[in-house]
Design a protein around this ligand. Structure first.
Ligand SMILES: [Zn+2]
Length: 258
């Protein structure tokens, strides 16, 4: 069982070693900006490393948006980040499910997701799996409620989209963690990665506020059970730097048996 952490992008392998992590996730650019990623000097080392690499797309990427000044650059960024992530040997590019904003029709958001994959195919295809992540909130979100996720999957499942389950987002988004893997697999058919986070916000609060395992509102056994049931690698996106994340990784290794 591969367990790792979201880390600073400057020296991901050093950060992995400091946490005893088998996997790391990081951003290639400022997560709030529209910059395209530049080639990394450590690409060779990252590719050769035993540590599994995951890249998280910027938060501002929202391919579902009805606003073309957000949607079009988001599409382009998604493809640019996918190419750059593949160059460093990443196993997947994680991107949030996005949202259409209040008053808009979610059906347009799902159609826009489909168009994003069609655009990527025209641009030469995606060189690694895109892992769509469930979100805690967002105005009219595509991947908060699982009945909406099912409609999203009708639009993108055929393109080979992967799924990343964030336990904080599911709980804060109002989805019960008990039996969640079976419910998800009946929708997506797959769970490629788990973001193993506790939640500072309460159930269905819509708040995206991660906490260390056992410190927030989620019973850590439910996070462990989800990892076991999914049989997927896990990344903690928790606070406290190397110390806080090392403790979370140790807890998961001990209880999920990895
Ligand atoms: Zn996450």
């Amino acid at each position: 069982m591969r367990i790792g952490a979201h880390v600073d992008s400057a020296e991901p392998l050093v950060e992995a070693a400091a946490r005893g992590a088998d996997a790391v996730q990081f951003f290639l650019t400022d997560p709030q900006g529209y910059k395209s990623p530049k080639p990394r000097e450590d690409a060779e080392q990252l590719r050769a490393s035993e540590v599994d690499i995951y890249v998280h797309a910027p938060y501002i990427v929202n391919v579902a948006s009805p606003n073309n000044r957000i949607r079009i650059p988001s599409r382009k960024l998604l493809v640019a980040h996918a190419k750059a992530a593949a160059e460093i040997g990443a196993k997947g590019l994680i991107v949030h499910g996005g949202h259409v904003g209040s008053g808009a029709d979610l059906a347009d958001g799902f159609a826009n997701w489909r168009k994003a994959f069609e655009y990527a195919e025209k641009e030469g295809g995606l060189p690694l799996p895109i892992l769509i992540e469930n979100t805690a909130g967002g105005d009219n979100a595509c991947a908060r409620r699982f009945d909406d996720l099912a409609r999203l999957w009708d639009a993108v499942g055929g393109f080979g989209a992967g799924f990343c389950l964030d336990t904080c987002h599911a709980f804060a988004g109002g989805e019960d963690l008990t039996g969640i893997v079976d419910r998800l697999k009946s929708i997506t058919g797959r769970i490629d990665l788990i973001h193993a986070n506790d939640s500072k916000g309460g159930f269905d609060s819509g708040q995206d506020r991660h906490d260390n395992l056992g410190s927030g509102k989620i019973d850590p056994e439910l996070v462990v059970a989800a990892i076991r049931a999914a049989g997927a690698p896990a990344i903690v996106e928790t606070p406290g730097g190397a110390d806080g994340q090392s403790a979370d990784i140790a807890l998961l290794r001990e209880r999920a048996g990895g």
